[in-house]
Design a protein around this ligand. Structure first.
Ligand SMILES: Cc1cc2nc3c(=O)[nH]c(=O)nc-3n(C[C@H](O)[C@H](O)[C@H](O)COP(=O)(O)O)c2cc1C
Length: 315
């Protein structure tokens, strides 16, 4: 049995090892606050930014979130963010202090915008050696343009991924929606167009009604459903993706809130996982999962945690 199991995850075609498979989900993470509660540099494998758009967005009107006790939450943030220029100038610098790989999440409303964003990012790449990957958010349900309209069709995904791929030479993940039916053709389009990984899943569409007012709670009626209730849906997506594209790294996400959830995602085929909604209530979850993985690997006599990826398929 190995005394110090190796939690590292190596993805194909990248000359880089993640120190462990634990990432945060885009839009649910506040590194400065969380770092005061758990040592992010030690217990995370990388940091994913909030999705940035070409220019600042103020987001949707309030209320933007609905708590769904026991099963998760709805959100309709609407991609509020300070815009790409600010993120490149300020956020990347502060995130670089963790010495972890940074995954920059991007969205735009046209191919021209995606192209310009990619050029801007490439132009600062040498200043930020930790900037490892782009994650294209092809799946935000809370904006009128640039989310599901690109991400719901193979053609839309192909165009966007190709546009970014033509300019960005590095690791490129496509974050897909569970709201467009079968995820496999969408993933196929992304891979064919040059994506080097698939992030699955973004939020499911959901509605909550204020029974006193007899109206939907969210001004846009529908929001993105996340948290423990989406886990089986996300696991299904990861399982199917691994089955169809065993060579393509899968970044699993959706309802992960424990060590056991993390192990389920890895065994279903995820090389890396992202923790979202659960860390609002438990910002120390990253450390708990990290310690749990070490202990699990020891107990199971695993020299390399990576051996678990997709193992449930071979039984
Ligand atoms: C408040 C909130 C904001 C989010 N913002 C983003 C975002 O900016 N970009 C993105 O790709 N996903 C965003 N998401 C979706 C999450 O990254 C994740 O895909 C989803 O919540 C499922 O994971 P979870 O169940 O662990 O939260 C957001 C989710 C929540 C709850």
């Amino acid at each position: 049995m190995s005394e110090t199991p190796c939690l590292e995850i190596k993805l194909p075609h990248i000359n880089f090892n993640f120190q462990n498979p634990i990432l945060n989900a885009s839009g649910t993470f506040y590194p400065a606050s969380f770092d005061q509660l758990c040592p992010l540099a030690k217990c995370m494998g990388g940091i994913v930014t909030k999705t940035v758009t070409p220019t600042a967005k103020t987001g949707n009107s309030q209320p933007r979130t609905v708590e769904l006790p026991g099963i998760g939450m709805l959100n309709s943030i609407g991609l509020q963010n300070p815009g790409l220029a600010y993120t490149l100038e300020k956020d990347l610098e502060s995130l670089s202090t963790y010495h972890l790989p940074i995954i920059l999440s991007i969205a735009a409303t046209s191919l021209q915008e995606f192209s310009q964003m990619s050029e801007q990012i490439v132009s600062v790449q040498s200043q930020y050696p930790n900037l490892l990957a782009l994650e294209i958010n092809l799946s935000c349900p809370n904006v009128d343009k640039g989310g599901l309209d690109f991400g719901s069709s193979c053609d839309g995904i192909t165009e966007v991924v190709k546009t970014v791929r033509d300019i960005w030479p590095g690791v490129l993940w496509a974050k897909l929606t569970p709201n467009a039916g079968n995820i496999i053709p969408l993933a196929g389009a992304a891979v064919e167009a040059g994506a080097s990984g698939i992030t699955a899943i973004n939020t499911l569409l959901g509605v909550a009604i204020d029974i006193r007012r007899r109206r939907p709670i969210l001004p846009r009626v529908s929001g993105g459903y996340s948290g423990p209730g989406v886990k089986p849906v996300a696991l299904h997506a990861v399982w199917q993706l691994y089955k169809h594209f065993p060579e393509i790294p899968i970044i699993g996400i959706g309802g992960i809130q424990s060590l056991d959830d993390t192990l389920e995602f890895m065994m279903a085929g995820a090389s890396l996982i992202q923790v979202g909604t659960a860390c609002f209530a438990r910002p120390t979850l990253f450390e708990d999962i990290h310690n749990g993985l070490t202990q699990f690997a020891r107990q199971e006599g695993l020299a390399h945690l990576q051996e678990l990826v997709g193992c449930a398929h071979s039984q």
